[in-house]
Design a protein. Structure first.
Length: 156
């Protein structure tokens, strides 16, 4: 459901128009300032999951500070772009629709629990999908993961 719209967006924006998304800012403008807040709370023994990684810039930044990073996005096109642009041995990318229980279970089973970095994802989740979204976040966090979420708001 979400994947078709985002695949079309990434295809048209990055591949056809050769542009970047409006929110595709440098890591220094986003995750670097966020890291001051979440870093003391992230368990260093856990992998970091960059939920909604887009083209991978934030994941690449995180990989310089954490042992293992997994960037996930609902768009297979975004994941393909991230794999092309980021060549670090401790970062990988995978497609994940966080509103699909089986997909989240598979990711959690293979790599969890995770510390989760999530920027600008929640506002895109339809109301009917929020309970599944919450359950899946819980699966990915496990007993020991920490969630850091930044979301758009009226004051931004």
């Amino acid at each position: 459901m979400y994947d078709n719209n985002w695949d079309q967006y990434y295809h048209m924006t990055y591949l056809v128009r050769k542009q970047k998304a409006l929110w595709d800012v440098s890591p220094e403008q986003a995750v670097a300032s966020d890291q001051k807040i979440f870093d003391p709370h992230f368990d260093r023994a856990l992998k970091v999951l960059d939920l909604g990684c887009g083209t991978g810039g934030q994941s690449e930044y995180l990989s310089a500070h954490y042992d293992e990073v997994l960037g996930v996005d609902v768009s297979a096109n975004a994941v393909a772009l991230a794999r092309e642009q980021v060549e670090k041995s401790n970062v990988s990318f995978d497609a994940l629709d966080i509103t699909q229980a089986l997909e989240a279970f598979d990711i959690a089973r293979l790599g969890g629990p995770f510390n989760i970095y999530m920027r600008g994802v929640l506002h895109q989740i339809k109301e009917k999908d929020i309970p599944t979204f919450q359950d899946n976040l819980s699966k990915l966090l496990g007993e020991s993961g920490t969630l850091y979420a930044v979301e758009v708001g009226d004051s931004i």
